[in-house]
Unconditional design. Sequence first.
Length: 128
Amino acid sequence: MADRVGFKVEGLDAVLRDLRRLGLDINDLKDAFAKIAAEGAQKVQTRIPRRSGRLAGTARGNRAKSKAVVRVGSAAVPYAGPINYGWPARSIEPAGFMQDVDQDMRPIAVQRLEDDINAKIRQRGLNP
């Protein structure tokens, strides 16, 4: 299975801690992270090189309270790593599809997360 590729939003832990103090249930953000991960998985599927399409079919996002992770590959389709990162001994050039999507998703994910946090704050009757 390919290693995870992602980014960390600096200060997110502090923001989540402050939101808990305001009474926002951090589990409420699971939907935001799930949407980000699902969008990332869709983008990855379009960038994976295709022969049979099996590898693209394994792209999936998670549903967690504090992160969005996209994974590609499985025990039945174990070649995600070599396709993404390359394998010089086998003359496989790196496709870099995970890194490409990670780069594309950075600004989108931050904006979507900010929008969702602001919506949750407004639902609690506070101004964002």
